[in-house]
Design a protein around this ligand. Structure first.
Ligand code: MG
Length: 294
């Protein structure tokens, strides 16, 4: 099923998308964080059954087109855990931009970093250009894995059990700020740099491991075009590794990295500017589309 957060009459609500895709059925949770933390398997089954009902049998059903979608998790409980350079082709373009040699035979060691999100941008909301801070505004389409129950010392065979679902994120980045401070945190964490959505697709709808086409477009032009089967570090590997030493709490968002085709990968680089519209698309989930504004 698809779970979403929306605003109706000024109130933030959580709902499930009808199987036909046209209606939203509200569910009784204060927020998506509460739903992820508290919904038991039976509650989730009931919500999935609700999604399959015709709209005239559901109290308070609303048309999707009549509500305002916001990020499915508008305020993540913690910083987002991110994987850096998790596709080989993006590792190459990143190294070219930074003029470093990319050693194909170097030992594989996953890059982990974090991204602060005070308030996630809605699926069709605006991204502020932060022109005072950056002239290298860039996009990164990414699959996000949402942790469904606290993950500590997870064994490979338990990994799927800890996944709640999946969504799409644009890991918006100010490149000179990312690269100017040794750590990437600042350049990844400016206000409005994290569009997420349009909803969470629960794990039962996506075959594991996810092998999904992932794309981005800028003003309709295809920029990134890859598949999540090409991760350098796959879901099982990072969850087993990270959960050895830190608990990944229910509700944690883990962004799995982006493929080649970001702005810094072009020669010369092709960064975003005010007025551009960037779309991130993942098969089986949908797309988010955001405009760059002053
Ligand atoms: Mg990224």
């Amino acid at each position: 099923m698809k779970l979403l957060t929306y605003v109706e009459n000024g109130m933030e609500k959580v709902g499930v998308l009808s199987a036909c895709g046209a209606y939203v059925y509200p569910v009784n949770y204060a927020s998506m964080n509460e739903l992820i933390k508290n919904a038991c398997p039976n509650c989730l089954k009931n919500m999935a059954e609700l999604a399959n009902k015709p709209h005239n049998e559901v109290e308070n059903a609303v048309l999707l087109e009549n509500i305002q979608l916001i990020a499915p998790i508008p305020e993540p409980m913690q910083d987002i855990v991110c994987l850096g350079v998790n596709y080989a082709d993006h590792a190459e373009e990143s190294a070219r931009f930074k003029k470093q040699a990319y050693a194909k035979d170097s030992p594989k060691q996953t890059v982990y970093f974090s991204k602060r999100v005070n308030r996630a941008v809605a699926p069709y909301g605006d991204i502020p250009a932060h022109e005072d801070l950056t002239s290298q505004l860039d996009y990164e389409a990414e699959l996000v894995v949402i942790i469904g129950k606290d993950a500590k010392n997870v064994r490979p065979e338990e990994v799927q059990d800890h996944i709640f679902g999946y969504t799409i994120m644009n890991d918006v980045t100010a490149r000179e700020v990312q690269n100017g401070h040794k750590q990437w945190y600042f350049g990844k964490s400016l206000d409005g740099f994290t569009p997420i959505g349009p909803w969470i697709v629960t794990k039962d709808e996506i075959a594991y491991p996810p092998q999904l086409n992932i794309q981005s477009k800028v003003n309709g032009e295809l920029r990134q075009n890859s598949n999540t089967s090409l991760f350098l570090t796959n879901i099982e590997e990072w969850m087993v590794e990270l959960s050895q030493g830190m608990t990944l709490k229910a509700g944690t968002l883990v962004a799995t990295g982006t493929p080649a085709g970001v702005g810094m990968g072009f020669v010369p680089p092709n960064f975003l500017k005010v007025g551009d519209e960037v779309e991130c698309i993942i098969e089986g989930i949908g797309s988010i589309r955001n405009k760059i504004v002053k």
